[in-house]
Design a protein around this ligand. Structure first.
Ligand SMILES: [Zn+2]
Length: 293
């Protein structure tokens, strides 16, 4: 059983005009061009190698000025389309909601998304959404999620988006969230890259805080380093498989990349990442760990 705990629902239900050609986006992936726009059908196709998939999008800041994040939709629209997609696919996909603490009705929207739409977790990107993850409004979201017994997955770490506040996505903030909401299940995306060491410091002390391994493999030195740090700090069991598809990579590419983690040290005396640990991450039952099964 392979579970991908972090994917984004494409905005294009059908082929929107001719699909965009590959664009060189060195800022997000150093090794190759990416095509972040998929249709729903293409997305389902690239998800074939995995058995279960968590899918979501990020609700926009209601006060956002028009800008590069303009494509982001208000919470209600995001949640409706995720729920529609999940229903259409029947069983394999698990939808998470997204909300914004400055929306006037965000707690009601959480109820609606949970009880009416059947969404089973919360995705937040405080940097993209421009809110302080330690603010009062944010804490109301965590409290509500803890009461509903649903996990929260945060985008963590850097982003090439110029006006997305880096500090809002720093994994150290999860420590305070974990202390305030000890029963809340949390996933820190991308091991907080490039602050993987800080992410490890948090997940090792909080039994309910995990990290996902998406978007790491294509920076081979950084990938090797964080997996070695995770080995030495004994947190390999807290790492969950994820692709961040279509933003970063497909699940197939991610699995292959993770299995190549030790390639970079061939011919050196550097210690390898245990290969069986990589297989355990790929086959980990994240749904059970997050209370989703
Ligand atoms: Zn993502």
């Amino acid at each position: 059983m392979i579970i991908d705990i972090h994917t984004h629902l494409p905005y294009d239900r059908e082929a929107a005009a001719p699909l965009e050609p590959l664009k060189p986006t060195v800022s997000s992936r150093p090794d190759r061009s990416t095509r972040p726009r998929y249709t729903w059908k293409e997305f389902v196709e690239v998800m074939k190698p995995v058995d279960r998939v968590v899918v979501f999008n990020i609700a926009r800041d209601p006060a956002a000025a028009p800008g590069p994040e303009e494509f982001m939709q208000p919470a209600r629209e995001v949640n409706d389309s995720v729920a529609e997609f999940v229903k259409q696919q029947g069983g394999k996909f698990i939808g998470f909601m997204s909300v914004h603490p400055r929306d006037p009705n965000f707690l009601q929207e959480m109820d609606r998304a949970y009880y009416e739409l059947g969404l089973r977790g919360v995705k937040l990107g405080p940097n993209y959404q421009n809110f302080d993850p330690l603010s009062e409004g944010a804490f109301q979201i965590y409290k509500k999620a803890q009461d509903l017994k649903i996990p929260v997955l945060f985008h963590q770490g850097t982003s090439p988006t110029r006006f997305a506040d880096l500090d809002y996505a720093h994994p150290r903030h999860a420590d305070r969230i974990g202390m305030a909401f000890p029963d809340l299940k949390i996933v820190l995306a991308h091991m907080g890259h490039p602050w993987q060491a800080d992410c490890i410091a948090v997940i090792r002390k909080h039994p309910n805080i995990y990290a996902d391994c998406s978007a790491l493999f294509y920076r081979p030195w950084s990938h090797y380093n964080c997996m070695r740090l995770a080995t030495e700090w004994s947190v390999l069991h807290k790492l969950l498989f994820a692709s961040d598809c279509p933003a970063a990579a497909t699940p197939e590419e991610t699995m292959a990349g993770m299995r190549r983690v030790n390639e970079i040290i061939e011919g050196t005396k550097l210690p390898p990442v245990p290969e069986e640990a990589i297989e355990e991450i790929i086959h980990r039952n994240s749904l059970e760990l997050l209370g989703l099964e």
